[in-house]
Design a protein around this ligand. Structure first.
Ligand code: ADP
Ligand code: MG
Length: 725
């Protein structure tokens, strides 16, 4: 057993200076930005005009890729990658585990003459066949047909990832079964973008706006913790499950709030600079960095991009954060709740829609015409979120995120929309049919007057809302820090496509009845708002009275992930996904099954780790202390001295050790049961029996941590992990 004396807290705080890595500090962003990506611009430069035109048609309009074009593009890509020192390439994809997967192939093939040649054909570029049997498919691939294939996504640039001993070309790909079913997160995301494009273009046509394409845009802010490696590796719970399964609260928590936007420690700043440099090279437009609410918590945000690229880049961000941290003797924790009693981490997904010309459809704009468009699309989002709140809730469901949602620190599990006073007022007046004045005094009106520019961030930046309008975009805040943003975006794209489609159809019907455009629009907006305004809530989402109020309004409150995951197969959900050709019923079923399985596995690992740590680290520490105290008691007794203090300490530790022992025996019993054979029953066993048993063990162990001598306590404490920087 390691004891506290085995490691040196002070060394942990100082060590990094001596191990400061040689990383490139290049502040010339212009020069390094995208240096390690094979961007479309580079591709255009390297390809002949007809070849580029053909590829461009594939990228922009989804035209089937010509194999000859693929061969030529592959050659250009290979030459570029070799010039960057890449020895291998990999089809990079996003299996349903929520992480990314890669299988590296060498560029170099030995030939018969005993030499070696660099080989990489169009076929290698556009299609790969990873040994997919180990990726979850939720039953989509029958066992005899365990293969799946990866397909190049030419809309997302390939990039070079360096490791300590070389580099690899990463090719973004989709992952599907041979029967064409999506086995990943990228495929439905691409399909949902197409659905949104179709419906939004239909709507814009009525507004007289001609577009080639409408895309959704995403900027995802990432929260994370940094802890010293020294501490991390002495915490089997962090190593095994990414979060602490034990740990008494530190004497000084975030109550002081001096960390938030406080100055960033030198070591962390150096780390951040290295991360940014790396991300710039990979073409990820990182913009802001700052401390977050909790001690040792930080955040980073990119500039928004086209959502497919933003989703790929978000995976890259997580990877770069993790890899770079290790070079500074740190470990980056992306878990939603690494420390109990301390603020958790989320990923705020900023989302909007834009035309190919760069017109933001959620920007109120400066002319009456722009205002009408804005109100139409904004209302569509409100309708979508109200109608499909269960899907949004499901898209952020995980065992890890359960620690945040519904607890009083992150957005509640009730999906509602924050609009801000000014915009809420506009909708109220609209509903009453009396749209005249805005709160700030500017004149309003459909067609005649202009909606004043809304403040990007009204003073009350409501942090308690899971879904907030922030001036020219919506911010979905319930997303977990470690999860892929792809599915939440897929859901948003799909449900907004549905709402925009329905409202467009309604508008068309009214226009047919010879209503003027303005009247027709106003009526559609009023109808829609009347039906969906219940989802708008500008108050404090942390307050208990909101729970009651929400119930009265008929809003769902799915506190745990399992409840949320169950809703996926509701008829209207299956309908919306299949009617927009985003996911079939079978594909959805597979996703539900995998989500349940992931839930089960996560808790199962945590529960077994809890048992193991309690049994092999904490119980022995308690026994050792009991031993020491009873020896003292005996010695004192022999000397004829009665020590109340020693007896009191002894009794206290004995009592607490008994509590722990009892809780531990119960956990062991629960861990031996698996809760039946179906993935459903297993998941419920975890939630209803195992989680409470784990919590009891933790509570008892944390009590012991408060009284057992520091020198006998083997694991680094919250105090050390959070405050040593
Ligand atoms: P904040 O003060 O909330 O951080 P920012 O304007 O800096 O406001 O935006 C936060 C995030 O939202 C950034 O990642 C930014 O790129 C993103 N964002 C801004 N506009 C849009 C948009 N139209 N679509 C998607 N994301 C956007
Ligand atoms: Mg934010």
């Amino acid at each position: 057993m390691t004891h506290h004396s085995d490691y040196d807290v002070l060394a942990a705080a100082k060590n990094w200076r001596t191990m400061m890595p040689n990383f490139e500090v290049n502040t010339d962003i212009q020069q390094i930005f995208g240096a390690d990506t094979f961007s479309l611009d580079q591709m255009r430069e390297k390809l002949s005009k007809p070849i580029w035109k053909s590829l461009q048609a594939t990228i922009e309009r989804g035209v089937q890729l010509d194999p000859n074009v693929a061969d030529i593009a592959a050659l250009a890509m290979k030459e570029w990658a070799l010039s960057k020192g890449a020895t291998h390439y990999t089809h990079w994809f996003q299996p349903l585990t929520g992480t990314t997967a890669e299988k590296h192939e060498s560029f170099v093939t030995p030939n018969a003459g005993g030499g070696a040649i660099a080989e990489f054909s169009g076929k290698d570029l556009i299609q790969g066949e990873p040994d997919a049997s180990s990726f979850p498919s939720g039953g989509l691939r029958a066992t005899f047909e365990a293969r799946g294939y990866t397909a190049w996504d030419p809309t997302s640039p390939a990039f070079i990832v360096k490791h300590s001993n070389g580099s690899t070309l990463f090719i973004p790909t989709a992952f599907a079964s041979w029967t064409g079913e999506a086995l990943d997160f990228k495929t439905p995301l691409l399909r949902s973008m197409e659905a949104l494009n179709k419906q939004a273009s239909r709507a814009l046509e009525l507004f007289g706006v001609a577009v080639n394409k409408v895309v959704s845009t995403v900027g995802a802010e990432q929260e994370y913790f940094l802890v010293d490696e020294e501490f991390f590796f002495r915490r089997p719970d962090l190593v095994m499950s990414g979060r602490t399964l034990f740990g008494a609260r530190p004497p000084r928590g975030q109550e002081l709030e001096d960390h938030y936007f406080g100055s960033i420690p030198d070591r962390v700043l150096s780390f951040m600079t290295a991360v940014e440099t790396e991300l710039y090279r990979l073409g990820v437009p990182i913009k802001t960095r700052h401390n977050e609410v909790a001690p040792a918590q930080y955040e980073l945000a990119p500039i928004f991009e086209h959502s497919n690229i933003a989703a790929d880049h978000q995976q890259v961000v997580m990877q770069v954060l993790k890899n770079t941290a290790r070079r500074f003797g740190l470990v980056c924790l992306l878990h939603e709740k690494p420390f109990a009693g301390v603020n958790g981490s989320g990923k705020h997904v900023n989302w909007s829609m834009s035309t190919d010309g760069g017109m933001n459809l959620l920007d109120p704009g400066e002319t009456p015409h722009e205002n009408m468009k804005f109100l139409f699309f904004c209302t569509a989002v409100i309708k979508a979120v109200d109608t499909y709140s269960d899907l949004l809730r499901m898209s952020v469901a995980s065992a890890a995120n359960d620690h945040r949602l519904g607890a009083n620190e992150a957005p509640p599990a009730i999906i509602s929309i924050f609009l801000g006073d000014q915009l809420a007022d506009v909708f109220e007046q609209l509903e009453k049919g009396s749209l005249k004045k805005s709160k700030s005094g500017g004149l309003l009106g459909l067609g005649t007057n202009v909606l004043p520019r809304l403040p990007r961030h009204a003073g009350d930046r409501n942090r308690t809302s899971p879904f907030a309008f922030t001036g020219n975009k919506f911010e979905f805040r319930a997303v977990g820090s470690s999860q892929s943003v792809s599915f939440p975006i897929t859901v948003l794209n799909t449900i907004v496509a549905q709402a925009v489609g329905e409202m467009t159809t309604a508008l068309q019907a009214r226009l047919k009845k010879k209503e003027s455009f303005e009247t027709a629009l106003k009526n559609v907006l009023i109808d829609t708002i009347k039906r969906h305004k219940r989802v708008i809530f500008n108050g404090d989402g942390y307050e208990d009275k909101w729970q009651k109020e929400a119930a009265k309004r008929g809003l769902q409150n799915r506190r745990t992930s399992l409840e949320a995951i169950e809703q996926l197969m509701q008829k209207q959900n299956v309908q919306v996904f299949s009617s927009h050709a985003v996911l079939t019923e079978r594909e959805l079923e597979a996703r539900q099954e995998i989500a349940l399985d992931q839930y089960f596995k996560t808790i199962n690992i945590e529960a077994e780790t809890t048992e193991w740590i309690a049994q092999t680290i904490i119980v022995p520490a308690a026994h050792q202390y009991i031993g020491e105290l009873s020896t003292s008691a005996e010695n004192l007794h022999d000397l004829g001295i009665h020590s109340k203090a020693v007896m009191r300490s002894l009794q206290e530790v004995v009592n607490k050790a008994d509590d722990l022992s009892e809780a531990l025996e119960h956990l062991k019993t629960m861990n031996r049961e698996l809760g039946g054979d179906t993935v459903h029953s297993k998941a419920y066993h975890m939630r209803d029996n195992v989680v409470p048993a784990m919590n009891k063990v933790r509570a008892a162990a944390d009590e012991l941590e408060r009284i057992i001598p520091d020198k006998l306590w083997a694991m680094p404490t919250y105090r050390e992990m959070l405050f040593v920087k």
